[in-house]
Design a protein. Structure first.
Length: 195
């Protein structure tokens, strides 16, 4: 375990770190255990899970560059909001679906979520850090997110065992809605600090 001072967010980025950590926790409740739940709940085969992962990854790769350009054009905050909104619609689709074709279609949108979220988050983080400390700031965020979110799949699994398929995904959905609100009202495009 890392010492607390190693992952403590810089003061100027504290709100951003907290929102990103809450997002990691929220998505950890449902999305990280989705494929296991699909096997147990709907009897999806290992081959079908492989197809879903492949669709997700192809979608992410195919949309990463154009979305990265949108981050440059419209800013990180706009793409974080768009990504989280698409994520909310994707989770809603998971809650309402039971067929493989539906989940395959939703895997495309899940890939778009990742393609939008990652460059927007990294760009915002890099913009708010002194150039000589960007690597450290990014490492701190990853450690902070991991520390905040490591228990989420355990909690999601317990929710699934107790209440069924809808429970971890509903918790994921509520968390994503809260994150969307926090991004809208608490996150600002940072100005690059002076070294």
């Amino acid at each position: 375990m890392l010492p607390a001072e190693d992952i403590h967010p810089p003061t100027s980025l504290r709100t951003f770190y907290l929102v990103m950590a809450f997002d990691a926790f929220s998505w950890g409740l449902g999305a990280t255990i989705l494929y296991g739940m699909l096997v147990k709940t709907y009897g999806f085969t290992t081959f079908q899970i492989g197809i879903l992962w492949s669709i997700f990854n192809i979608s992410w790769v195919a949309t990463q560059l154009p979305i990265g350009r949108l981050v440059d054009k419209y800013g990180s905050k706009a793409l974080l909001l768009a990504s989280e909104t698409i994520g909310i619609l994707t989770i809603s689709g998971w809650l309402l679906s039971a067929r493989f074709l539906a989940f395959a279609t939703l895997a495309i949108f899940h890939g778009i979520v990742a393609a939008g979220w990652v460059p927007a988050m990294q760009t915002m983080l890099a913009s708010g850090a002194v150039s000589t400390e960007r690597g450290e700031v990014m490492g701190r965020l990853s450690a902070f997110q991991g520390s905040a979110g490591f228990s989420a799949p355990l909690i999601g699994g317990a929710l699934y065992d107790k209440f069924g398929f809808w429970a971890p995904l509903l918790a994921n959905l509520v968390g994503a809605l809260i994150v969307l609100f926090l991004i809208a009202v608490k996150i600002r495009e940072p100005r690059a600090p002076q070294p």
